[in-house]
Design a protein around this ligand. Structure first.
Ligand code: SF4
Length: 129
C-alpha cells in the first residue's frame, strides 16, 4: 500500500471530486441528504483506497477501475451484503460506483497537480518538466 493522504491533500482531492461531479453529474447532489448510504458525500469515506487504485493503475479502461472498486472498496463497505450483493449498486444509487470514471479522472488530475510521487512512479509521462 502506498502512502496515505496527508491532512492537506484530503480536502484538495475531495474538493476536486466534488467540482468534477458538479460539472458532469450534478444530479448526484439532488436529494435531502448527501451523506445517506450511497450518497455523494460518502465517496470521501473511501478516499485512501480510491487514490491507491488511481496511483497504481495505468489503463484508462473503466472496467479495470470498477473491478478494483469492487475488490478493494465494496468488499469492505458496510452496505455490501455477505453475499457480495449491494442493493445500492444494483439500482444505481451508489454515487461512487455510478460516477467512477469521473471520480478517477478527478483524482488523477489532482495527483498530477500535486506531483504525487507514487502516481508519477507509474505515470512518469505526467512529471512536470
Ligand atoms: S457500490 Fe455498494 S458496496 Fe460498493 S461502495 Fe457503493 S454502497 Fe458500498
Amino acid at each position: 500500500m502506498s502512502r496515505k493522504l496527508s491532512q492537506v491533500e484530503i480536502p484538495l482531492i475531495r474538493d476536486r471530486i466534488e467540482r468534477m461531479l458538479r460539472a458532469v453529474t450534478p444530479d448526484v447532489f439532488d436529494g435531502p441528504d448527501p451523506t445517506r448510504p450511497g450518497g455523494v458525500k460518502r465517496i470521501a469515506d473511501h478516499l485512501d483506497a480510491l487514490v491507491e487504485i488511481v496511483r497504481r493503475t495505468r489503463t484508462t479502461r473503466t472496467e479495470s477501475f470498477l473491478y478494483q472498486i469492487l475488490e478493494d472498496i465494496c468488499s469492505k463497505c458496510p452496505f455490501q451484503l455477505p453475499s457480495e450483493h449491494c442493493p445500492l449498486r444494483n439500482i444505481h444509487k451508489c454515487a461512487l460506483y455510478r460516477c467512477a470514471p469521473a471520480v478517477v479522472e478527478a483524482i488523477a488530475d489532482e495527483l498530477v497537480l500535486l506531483q504525487d510521487a507514487d502516481y508519477l512512479a507509474t505515470h512518469p509521462e505526467c512529471r512536470a518538466s
